[in-house]
Design a protein around this ligand. Structure first.
Ligand SMILES: [Zn+2]
Ligand SMILES: [Zn+2]
Length: 375
């Protein structure tokens, strides 16, 4: 989905002030508002675009993320504000132009479709390097038979006789304190202002039908569990010509068999023999891509950590990569031949250890017998 630049949409450049953004939005929102451009598809698209641009650019946190990652479909990090933020743009609009009779307007004004959430489990490697994944998302689609009008083709809804198309019922009550106007949503048409006589046979008057939609998800390198990706316009279809909601992909990264992750760094344990630890040498260690060789010095102690620079995970939206930390675990041999034991005892002797305190009872005599007289 190619997206226009949010600044471009509002006719601004990048170093524009918050006040200028507000002004530009206000001007364009008035120009393209659906109330003034009924059934003008181009205006509707523009209105959707400027609202989306404004939602991001008016929020300092989101704006800086947008500046950094440069994509609307891009990454939205942990702690990103709640889904509610992307609800109806009626909210923003009202905060600018003063609130109107909500119940009536909501019934008649185009409404953005609901946002959808999809939990996606991905592998450790896919999170580290990014991947394009196709997923099947159960969703709704505007009914092709009635085009969302809920009426059979060739018929049209009738004005509600109870509310006369206003979507609300007003009752005026006179009391000793004065007159009260009680406004409620019309129960007959549920605030729609219209009643459908000939219900669409395809969608049974819902205006939309259930479908499975195949969605291409671009997972950026460096994501982690809890990260959310937003795919604009892939949520439920809107009402009365309103735009579709958005699809949120919530990521869950599977643990790795070898590596642990901390931010952009990874770590693992690598066992080596005590001989190699003592004499030093080359050690082959696992990395996310293939294997790497590191040189360890003589007399390396167990739990010593070596760093492999740039072998970690990408920092999202950058070419920068974390490091890999390899912890050397010195292993004691599990099973030894008598000859190996003998050589170890020789070693202990040369190190000045009291060999009578080493090993099982009588091991030294046993080995002496097996190999003849010990020099
Ligand atoms: Zn009504
Ligand atoms: Zn239909």
């Amino acid at each position: 989905m190619a997206k226009r630049d949010y600044y471009e949409i509002l006719g601004l450049n990048k170093d524009t002030t918050a006040e200028e953004i507000k002004k530009a939005y206000r001007k364009l929102a008035l120009k393209y508002h659906p109330d003034r451009n009924s059934s003008n598809k181009e205006a509707e698209k523009n209105f959707k675009e400027i609202n989306e641009a404004y939602q991001i650019l008016s929020d300092p946190e989101k704006r800086s993320k947008y500046d950094q990652f440069g994509s609307a479909e891009g990454f939205e990090g942990r702690g990103f504000s709640d889904f509610g933020d992307f609800g109806n743009f009626g909210d923003i609009f009202d905060s600018f132009f003063g609130s109107r009779t909500r119940s009536r307007e909501e019934g008649i004004r185009p409404q953005k479709g609901a946002n959808l959430r999809y939990n996606l489990k991905i592998s450790f490697e896919d999170a580290a390097f990014g991947k394009e994944i196709k997923i099947k998302v159960p969703n709704w689609e505007t009914c092709p038979r009635c085009n969302g009008s809920k009426s059979e083709p060739g018929t049209s809804p009738q004005t509600c006789p109870d509310c006369h198309g206003t979507g609300e019922i007003r009752n005026t009550q006179s009391t000793m304190f004065g007159q009260f106007v009680n406004i409620q949503t019309c129960p007959r048409c549920k605030g729609e202002g219209k009643i459908i006589k000939n219900i669409c046979t395809n969608c049974k008057g819902i205006g939309k039908i259930k479908i499975d939609r195949i969605v291409n998800v671009k997972i950026p390198a460096g994501v982690d569990t809890g990260h959310r990706l937003r795919i604009t316009g892939m949520g439920e279809p809107g009402e009365r010509g309103g735009p579709s909601g958005d699809l949120y992909i919530v990521l869950d990264v599977k643990p790795h068999k070898v590596f642990k992750r901390e931010g952009i760094n990874i770590s693992c344990d690598n066992p080596i023999s005590f001989v190699k630890a003592a004499l030093g040498g080359e050690v082959t260690v696992p990395t996310l891509e293939e294997k790497a060789k590191i040189k360890i010095p003589a007399s390396t102690q167990s739990n010593t950590i070596f760093r492999l620079k740039g072998q970690g995970i990408y920092k999202i939206g950058t070419k920068q990569r974390g490091d890999e930390y390899v912890k050397i675990i010195v292993e004691t041999p599990q099973r030894m031949s008598d000859e190996q034991k003998k050589l170890l005892l020789e070693f202990a002797k040369l190190s000045g250890e009291d060999i009578n305190t080493i090993g099982e009872k009588g091991i030294f005599d046993k080995i002496k017998n097996a190999f003849g007289q010990n020099k």
